[in-house]
Design a protein around this ligand. Structure first.
Ligand code: PMP
Ligand code: GLN
Length: 385
């Protein structure tokens, strides 16, 4: 393993899912739904396979049907106009989009500012691109049960070597949804310091309180933002690995140039199916959100009753908890022993931090699971108290 990757082992998601399989515990660790996405979309994939659409290399930027559907989706939900020919790129999930954006835009030694805790692929992707990560820590605020971004800390993190901000809203793992004022301030900072932004918006449709606003919609940001999303979260097909990027032609070219040599293309037949998924009526998106809201509330209430400190997420399908009321502040040991003690798997939030101590007493639970699974998990967790 080279020096750039030396600090990275097996991802926490693989590790915790393996632990769940080994122990037979309920897996509320890795974020994947236990119910597949819409039947009609699965049928669309079968049709594409059967009709021979996408069984051979699709076009590099993605099949035209999907690029058009992505552009229409950005217009319909966010009022953003993108040219499907030059401003949309299909990727192997959001993970590849993040990696290719960094590989295509970051010079060795450039600083990349990201909000900590962050999704685990960010640190590795920044490292692979030869960048230096500069974490800005979201701080838990117990009285409101939310995590907060300190805008002054963000401003102070920017130096002459900063190339870009890597943002994620709605935010995994804290469930924070950046507000209009926060995004406006971030946009101002990007314009003032001439920074690019890469925004990971995979949870754009999973917002329960407030609303999701794409950074690209703020003044001066359309031309300096690479926006990323994915069918994994919006349509519950995490295994299909169909994601996309929208940005100016120059930025898309930078991302595509890197992407060409990572995977070239992927998921041919699934691209056609996702094109149909994006065009689903508003009722689909509303039901997805409302179904998850009910499960968020079920798990949040249950965790509270079981004695956890709960940060109720405004978005995503994760709940971050404080385990100190249960008599420990070591999330890693807590999660390693949880399958045996309670038959449940969760993820220690610490693994998403550079400042490990800031994340030590927190543990993340996923609620994208069937109601009965969550109810059973909660009744098991109550035995901890
Ligand atoms: N970004 C965030 C914030 C995520 O939580 C995830 C996990 N699903 C991804 C990216 C990866 O998305 P994909 O599966 O489309 O690569
Ligand atoms: N995004 C999911 C999570 O945060 C997992 C993705 C993965 O396993 N790579 O749990």
């Amino acid at each position: 393993l080279n020096r750039r990757l030396a600090e990275f082992g097996t991802t926490i998601f693989a590790e915790m899912s393996a632990l769940a399989t080994r122990t037979g515990a309920i897996n509320l660790g890795q974020g994947f739904p236990d119910t597949d996405g819409p039947e009609a979309v699965r049928e669309a994939a079968v049709r594409a396979l059967r009709d021979g659409r996408g069984n051979q290399y699709p076009p590099g930027p993605g099949v035209p049907e999907l690029r058009h559907a992505v552009a229409e989706h950005q217009q319909r939900f966010h009022g953003l106009h993108y040219d499907p020919e030059t401003e949309v790129l299909v990727t192997a999930g959001a993970t590849e989009a993040v990696a290719a954006a960094l590989l295509g835009l970051v010079e060795p030694g450039d600083e990349v500012v990201a909000l900590e805790p962050y999704y685990d692929s960010y640190a590795a992707s920044i490292a692979m691109a030869g960048g230096t990560r500069v974490p800005v820590t979201l701080r838990p605020h117990a009285p409101t049960g939310t995590y907060r971004l300190d805008l002054d800390e963000l401003r102070d993190a920017v130096t002459d070597r900063t190339r870009l901000l890597l943002l994620n809203t709605p935010h995994n793992p804290t469930g924070t949804v950046l507000s209009r004022d926060e995004l406006a301030a971030i946009a101002e900072l990007c314009v003032e310091r001439d920074l690019l932004a890469v925004t990971d918006e995979v949870y754009e449709h999973l917002v329960f309180d407030g609303e999701h606003l794409p950074l690209a919609g703020f003044p001066g940001m359309r031309e300096r933002t690479v926006t990323i999303s994915s069918s994994g979260k919006s349509f519950s097909f995490t295994g299909w690995k169909v994601g996309w990027v929208t940005a100016t032609p120059a930025l898309v070219t930078a991302v595509r140039t890197a992407k060409q040599y990572l995977t070239y293309v992927s998921a041919g037949p699934f691209q056609y199916a996702v094109a149909e998924a994006l065009a689903l009526p508003d009722s689909y998106y509303t039901e997805l959100r409302e179904g998850l809201r009910a499960r968020r509330d079920l798990l949040a209430d249950g965790l509270r009753e079981a004695g956890f400190g709960v940060f109720t997420p405004a978005g995503t399908y994760f709940i971050t908890t404080d385990i100190r009321p249960l008599g420990t502040s070591d999330g890693v040991s807590f999660c390693l022993s949880l399958p045996e003690r309670a038959g449940v798997v969760a993820v220690p939030t610490q693994v998403f931090y550079d400042h490990a101590e800031a994340g030590a007493p927190y543990v993340r639970f996923a609620f994208c699971k069937k109601e009965e699974v969550l109810t059973e998990a909660v009744s098991r967790l109550r035995t901890l108290a």
